[in-house]
Design a protein around this ligand. Structure first.
Ligand SMILES: *Cc1c(COP(=O)(O)O)cnc(C)c1O
Length: 238
């Protein structure tokens, strides 16, 4: 059971993150209403996650498919959009398609085709973002920018799910300047795709607790915030 103080701490963190996002938007000459804060609940259990929902966060992200499925079940009936933000193996695709509203981590054509098939079988319509390898770190997943630009016809031919944008993660070792350049490169790939193929890719999912201000300055429409929402809690005990 969470204590009253813990519930209050989560509510305060949520207010603070909203205020910080609004300030970053204003500094970038943007409106905060253009930016969705995805509360990344991967560090905490369902009870703590529910407290975040009660505080007003209605978009939740999980990085592990199994955790997404479990939380979505345990929190059934809550007013939440479920986002998968971490690596998806094709053998987990069906389970994820059953519950996810948005999948940010489509990192290959094969995975895209599998998700299209499973979603069609289930009659589900998750919105998709394609993950782009913007940090160029070997360990990072995602399409190479050049690959995406040349293979877009195959992306379009993969099925009927709405592809709403791109997702990227900055390199762990990157300086703030490098982070800004990496996020800018994601926006640039998006802009080139829109122009070349006359499509709309409105969503840019980029920015986490440590770099969301930079991401918002570069055009992020979805920021994925985890640790900042749970500071002041002993998450290890949950
Ligand atoms: C964990 C995670 C986040 C949130 O990271 P914080 O630094 O805790 O805000 C965002 N995106 C992805 C893909 C993650 O795995």
């Amino acid at each position: 059971m969470l204590t009253d103080r813990e519930h209050q701490q989560i509510a305060e963190n949520w207010q603070q993150v909203q205020a910080d996002v609004a300030r970053a938007a204003e500094a970038a000459g943007r409106s905060a209403t253009e930016i969705t804060i995805i509360g990344v609940s991967k560090y905490v259990d369902s009870e703590t996650t529910r407290s975040l929902i009660d505080a007003g966060c209605h978009a939740l992200g999980e990085s592990r498919p199994q955790s997404l499925v479990t939380k979505a079940q345990q929190l059934q009936g809550c007013d939440v959009q479920w986002h998968l933000i971490g690596t998806l193996q094709r053998n987990k695709s069906r389970r994820v398609c059953e519950v996810a509203d948005v999948i940010h981590s489509i990192d290959s054509l094969r995975l895209l085709q599998t998700v299209q098939q499973h979603a069609a079988d289930l009659g589900r319509q998750p919105r998709l973002l394609l993950e782009v390898n913007i940090s160029r770190e070997a360990a990072k997943h995602g399409f190479e920018p050049a690959e995406l630009l040349t293979d877009w016809e195959a992306v379009m031919a993969s099925g009927s799910l709405p592809i709403v944008g791109l997702m990227g993660m900055a390199g762990l070792e990157a300086t703030p300047h490098e982070v800004a350049m990496q996020f800018e490169s994601l926006r640039s790939v998006r802009d080139q795709l829109q122009q070349r193929y006359e499509i709309q890719l409105p969503e840019l999912s980029m920015g986490m607790s440590g770099d969301f201000e930079i991401a918002i300055a570069q055009g992020a429409t979805m920021v994925r915030i985890g640790s900042r929402l749970f500071t002041g809690l002993d998450t290890s005990s949950h």
